[in-house]
Design a protein around this ligand. Structure first.
Ligand SMILES: Nc1nc2c(ncn2[C@@H]2O[C@H](COP(=O)(O)OP(=O)(O)OP(=O)(O)O)[C@@H](O)[C@H]2O)c(=O)[nH]1
Ligand SMILES: [Mg+2]
Length: 297
């Protein structure tokens, strides 16, 4: 996933090894190396603020340190790993803790057009359905075929879908699903919403209404890793509505991965899952340590 980032770390440590035998790493040497690393990180869609943080962390760890030639790569990797881990580690949320107190919990999926909301919703449904009684709410009444798409997932997964007609009020659909869930003893309502650009004021206001009417227990922002640095801007706009966690999709196709770091650092919200394909099982629980290790492999 982070192939390019990985090779840049290799270059980076290679350069330190060339310049240093066994002495303190001076500011000059380090600045040179960090400059190259910075370019690499930026090319891999890591936002400038995050690049600055990583650089500061590495400087703090490495500057003035006397390192043996043979230990250089190890030292750099450790400093880099620690920095990445610090960026990615946030208190996580266990979905299985939801819907426990006899009241159904609502999980709302929101995000840009085509980011993978409906697919991620179906993957979460697949994940929860053996332990929880799950109902799906077709809150995207806007895009043609959106309701049919959710119904198909419902059929595949053997789950009920609450729906209205196209053009109906999405907030009302989700409200009905919640009422149905209360009456029928469901644990979890998974609410789909229409894709919307963070710059479309009307649609964002409508989403705010969906939240106001239905007070979701968990709001998940679904972002497409392929959108690169745009996802940071998207996430910042969605912060006005508020969200609790992030799902990053299509990481199976994204070779850069820097946006994941940026999102986590800049929003301060946990990345909960990674979408890794188009099958129901293609959803990985996000593990910051594992991600940091992967980078270091
Ligand atoms: N490779 C890959 N494809 C994905 C992943 N998640 C979603 N997709 C694909 O991305 C496309 C869009 O997914 P949807 O779930 O319909 O996205 P959406 O956000 O609901 O789209 P709108 O409702 O139109 O805004 C579909 O073709 C999905 O199969 C993923 O993790 N990996
Ligand atoms: Mg959708």
């Amino acid at each position: 996933m982070f192939e390019k980032l990985k090779s840049s770390i290799k270059d980076f440590s290679g350069k330190v090894q060339e310049t240093v035998v066994e002495k303190e790493i001076s500011e000059d040497i380090l600045d040179n190396i960090l400059f190259d690393l910075e370019l690499e990180l930026l090319q891999n869609n890591v936002a400038q603020k995050v690049v600055d943080k990583i650089k500061e962390d590495l400087k703090e760890e490495l500057l003035g340190k006397s390192v043996k030639r043979t230990k250089v790569e190890q030292n750099i990797k450790e400093a880099f790993r620690n920095s990445i881990k610090e960026i990615l580690e946030k208190p996580s949320i266990d979905l299985k803790e939801l819907g426990k107190d006899g009241e159904p919990s609502l999980i709302l999926f929101m995000g840009f057009n085509g980011s993978g909301k409906t697919t991620s919703l179906a993957k979460i449904a697949h994940r929860l359905k053996d332990d929880k009684k799950v109902v799906l709410a077709a809150g995207d009444t806007y895009r043609s075929a959106a309701i049919d798409q959710l119904e198909e997932h419902g059929q595949n997964l053997g789950l009920k879908v609450v729906k209205h007609n196209y053009g109906a009020d999405g907030a009302a659909v989700i409200y009905d699903a919640k009422e149905h869930a209360k009456k029928e003893g469901y644990d979890i309502v998974l609410g789909d919403t229409a894709g919307r650009s963070h710059s479309d004021k009307n649609l964002m206001e409508e989403l705010a209404k969906v939240c106001r009417v239905n007070s979701p227990d968990l709001k998940l922002l679904v972002v497409d890793a392929l959108a690169g640095n745009d996802i940071v801007e998207q996430a910042e706009k969605y912060e006005e509505i508020g969200f609790d966690g992030i799902i990053v999709t299509k990481v199976d196709v994204d070779k850069k991965g820097g946006a994941t770091l940026s999102l986590s650092y800049l929003t301060g919200k946990p990345i909960l899952f990674l979408g890794t394909g188009q099958e129901y099982g293609d959803l990985e629980v996000f593990d910051p340590s594992e991600m940091a290790e992967k980078l270091m492999e």
